[in-house]
Design a protein around this ligand. Structure first.
Ligand code: SF4
Ligand code: SF4
Length: 148
């Protein structure tokens, strides 16, 4: 979600969320109805991907399941390789969700989701390779990692 939640494969090198997706299968994802309105949003949440919760709120389909929530927009296998099928149109809670240590700060909700899916929480070093520019050889990569 957000800086954190599951991305498309467009970025390189690989973002840790692309190997995870746990937070897309942990909680109900609800958002204000206007986010699904084309006239109010440049990237409305696509029809068919959400359900009406009440007059004001919509919920991402699949996340309202109390026992095994999993967003209908999530593709792939959690903990292996995932992508959000509506990444450009994902709702606000997904945009706001932050991955642990992406900006150097631990995010307990990210940790909680990962642990619930049998994954260890992210560590600061998980971001090192993601932040490095492309290197030609393993030696260049190893040397750059030592500088961090
Ligand atoms: S829309 Fe669904 S799959 Fe996409 S980031 Fe949000 S919860 Fe995850
Ligand atoms: S639980 Fe954390 S690491 Fe996993 S997809 Fe969500 S934000 Fe990213």
């Amino acid at each position: 979600m957000g800086s954190g939640r599951t991305r498309t494969g467009a970025e390189s090198p690989r973002h840790p969320c692309q190997d995870c997706g746990a937070c897309c299968a942990k909680w109900r994802v609800e958002f204000y109805w206007r986010e699904a309105e084309g006239r109010d949003s440049d990237h409305p949440v696509p029809q068919g991907m959400f359900e009406e919760l009440n007059d004001r709120l919509r919920g991402m389909k699949g996340t309202t399941d109390k026992h095994r929530p999993r967003c209908a927009a999530l593709a792939g296998r959690i903990g292996e390789s995932v992508a959000c099928r509506i990444y450009e149109s994902r709702p606000t809670p997904c945009r706001a969700f932050e991955a642990s240590y992406e900006d150097g700060i631990r995010r307990p909700r990210c940790d909680e989701a990962r642990i619930a899916h049998g994954l260890r929480p992210l560590r600061p070093e998980d971001w090192i390779v993601h932040r490095l520019p492309a290197f030609e050889t393993p030696l260049e990569l190893a040397e750059a990692s030592r500088l961090d």
